[in-house]
Design a protein around this ligand. Structure first.
Ligand code: SAH
Length: 215
């Protein structure tokens, strides 16, 4: 699959749309303008790649809406060189946005088929986040602690294990809630056992589920 002038033009419009909706960090707008989102989607959805909407990626999951990806990324306040743990690799698109911002990215996916697909696809497109097949509720202790942790599925609660894997001074961004709508929260780790929390509006995510899945 290639990246044509038409794709580039549509991508530029998408980046402008995300800016218009309120994203201020130009690094994120540039990343959206640069990363070929159509290469993260099944061919049957290619024509939708540059609409500001979520779309199915298989195994009952979705690639998040670009605005939502940008919103969570902005909230994460990524600095060059940050070590970032993402829970919910999905297509791998969000991981590439983080990498464009200069982060060292570690990403965990519980659905085996998605993990395998993302791992292969990321190499082909030319990005290098480390992706793992595992249960995000456990985090990725081997590479902890992290400067930032981003959960891209709806968490019923904030997993304590993940807070433990965050550096003091670090931030975790997570949509919290069991129903149809979640509250976007940013948790700042201010001391070994001290946290402050802010809320940032409502979003809709697929659920963060327990344990690895083989389908
Ligand atoms: N960030 C993705 C979109 C995420 S959709 C992208 O850019 O495409 C949410 C993803 O979280 C799904 O792929 C789902 O399988 C995964 N997920 C749900 N529960 C999980 C868990 N406990 N651990 C790891 N991944 C999980």
């Amino acid at each position: 699959m290639n990246d044509t002038y038409k794709h580039k033009g549509m991508r530029k419009r998408l980046a402008e749309e995300v800016r218009r909706k309120g994203i201020k960090d130009e690094r994120i707008i540039n990343a959206i303008n640069k990363i070929p989102r159509h290469l993260f989607m099944d061919s049957s959805f290619l024509e939708f790649a540059y609409q500001d909407k979520p779309f199915p990626i298989g195994s009952g999951q979705t690639i998040s809406q670009p605005y939502t990806v940008a919103f969570q990324t902005e909230l994460l306040e990524v600095k060059k060189g940050d070590k970032v743990l993402e829970i919910g690799t999905g297509s791998g698109y969000q991981a590439c946005i983080l990498e464009e911002l200069g982060a060292k990215v570690f990403s965990v996916e519980r659905q085996k088929q998605l993990y395998l697909k993302a791992e292969k696809n990321l190499i082909q497109i030319g990005y290098n986040p480390k992706v793992f097949y595992g249960d995000g509720y456990k985090g990725m202790p081997a590479f902890a602690p992290y400067d930032k942790i981003l959960i891209t599925a709806a968490a019923p609660y904030i997993p304590d294990t993940l807070l433990q894997q965050l550096k003091v001074g670090g931030r975790l961004v997570v949509p919290v809630g069991k129903g149809n709508l979640q509250v976007m929260k940013a948790i700042d780790k201010t001391g070994e056992n001290d946290f402050t929390e802010t809320e940032h509006g409502h979003f809709r995510f697929v659920p963060m589920l327990n344990k690895k899945a083989n389908d």
